[in-house]
Design a binder for this molecule. Structure first.
Ligand code: S3P
Length: 432
């Protein structure tokens, strides 16, 4: 099979073996980049995410007056000390919803007019969810039919008590980022506890943050102080390899310095429930984030099956495409519900997962908020349409490892949005 520069051929594997140290977590890298840009002093980061998304966050803070120097995964940011300068050009958030939504929170408290733009995919994604709370805090935010371009006229903002209607760590973080510049207390209540990197990053930058079981508060105004930090390995990138290793009896894969924040590590529980053997060693805390070594071995008799719904779906939102993609190889299948947010990610991930599973010969039923992927199926190699979505390209590269025949991943270059090293590392650990 021949591949062009934007395609990748995946040859089936016999096993997965090796040890990996992954680039820094995307969610944490974004937050450190944005807060580092605003802070007083020089933030020094190592193992910063190598993905294009986090480069968008760095590009934006640079355009707002921070000084950024980068040497591979080492990044230094001389922050603006609390006051951004409004640029003449729009701020380009690329493909990154995290950049646009969380930066909007910081800009809400800044004097000036700021326009945020993104690529075609980002320009289709819902932004009303950040506009609403930021307007309530006193910022002026304009959208185009609920989407980017977003224009923010920021300035003095007031504290807000806000219950997020959709579980979203990006929205929670945006409100808290505005809250540190507001007069008074800002509280975000969540019905489902989403990833807490925003809270932990604020604390690392010297902000006092109060937490209860279902809410988080900051009292403004507070200043940010630069940090020195090593970003933990990205567990959502590890997910593709964890799932791949879980498919091959006899596999053995080890990850060093992997981020294991409990609000992100639910996949390890799901894989354990499916029968995989997961070991965690050398657990340490760095800037409030847990980091450790993880070992995965597949069960001899294959993976069982499971239903993912309710709060679990929100916690596993970035891992659901790969879990669905390995569903046919489980005994009783993977059922996913309460995940309609998947439809408004970088692509409609429910529709694309269903279409690509079918292209590989699987039976799958699609629902508005999820999928039923029957277990005990044999897949054949196929042409996969990633829709330019990094997680679809990587999820189906994993499914392809156990298929009969070769698979062509179209739009494979999109992996670089979060994980440029993905295909090279896959080749390193795949035993043929
Ligand atoms: C993220 C939160 C999630 C996730 C995204 C990163 C974050 O998005 O899907 O990849 O870093 O806060 P939502 O906040 O839209 O759920």
């Amino acid at each position: 099979m021949q591949a062009t520069a934007t395609e990748r051929v995946i040859v089936p594997a016999r096993n997965i073996e090796g040890s990996l140290r992954l680039p820094g977590d995307k969610s944490i890298s974004h937050r450190y980049a944005l807060l580092g840009g605003m802070a007083e002093g020089t933030t020094k980061l190592t193992n910063f995410s190598t993905g294009a998304d986090c480069a968008s966050s760095l590009g934006c803070v640079e355009a707002l007056g921070a000084r950024v120097t980068r040497n591979g995964s080492a990044v230094e940011i001389v922050g603006v000390g609390g006051h951004f300068t409004a640029p003449t050009e729009p701020l380009d958030c690329g493909n990154s919803g995290s950049t646009m939504r969380m930066l909007a929170g910081l800009l809400a408290g800044q004097r000036g007019t700021f326009t945020l733009v993104g690529d075609a995919s980002l320009s289709r994604r819902p932004m009303e969810r950040v506009r609403k709370p930021l307007m309530q805090m006193g910022a002026h935010v304009e959208l185009t039919e609920g989407h980017a371009p977003m224009t923010i006229r920021g300035g003095s903002v007031a504290g807000l008590d806000y219950a997020t209607p959709v579980p979203s760590a990006q929205v929670k973080t945006a409100v808290l980022f505005a809250g540190i510049q507001a007069q008074g207390t800002t509280t975000v209540h969540e019905s489902v506890r989403t990833r807490d990197h925003g809270e932990l990053a604020l604390r690392a930058f010297g902000v006092s943050v109060e937490r209860s079981r279902d809410s988080v508060s900051v009292k403004g105004p507070q200043t940010l102080r630069a940090i020195e930090a090593e970003v933990p390995g990205d567990i959502s990138s590890a997910a593709f390899f964890l799932c791949a290793a879980a498919l091959f009896p006899g596999s053995n894969l080890i990850f060093d310095a992997l981020g294991l924040n409990p609000t992100r590590a639910t996949l390890l529980d799901v894989l354990t429930a499916l029968g995989a053997h997961i070991g965690v060693l050398n657990l340490e805390e760095k800037n409030g984030e847990l980091v450790g070594t993880v070992q995965v071995n597949a069960p001899q008799g294959g993976l069982s099956g499971t239903t993912i719904s309710g709060a679990l779906s929100a916690q596993l939102i970035d891992e659901l495409p790969v879990l669905a993609a390995i569903g046919p190889y489980t005994q009783s299948g993977i059922r996913i519900r309460d995940a309609k947010e998947l439809r408004v990610k970088e692509s409609d991930r429910i529709a694309l997962v269903a279409a690509n599973l079918r292209a590989m010969g699987a039976e799958v039923e699609e629902f508005e908020d999820g999928l039923d992927v029957r277990g005990g199926q044999t897949l054949h190699g196929a042409e996969i349409n990633s829709g330019g979505d990094h997680r679809i390209a990587m999820a189906f590269s994993v499914a392809a490892l156990r298929a009969q025949g070769e698979t062509l991943i179209r739009g494979a270059e999109s992996a670089a949005i979060s994980f440029p090293e993905f295909f090279d590392l896959l080749e390193r650990v795949a035993v043929r």
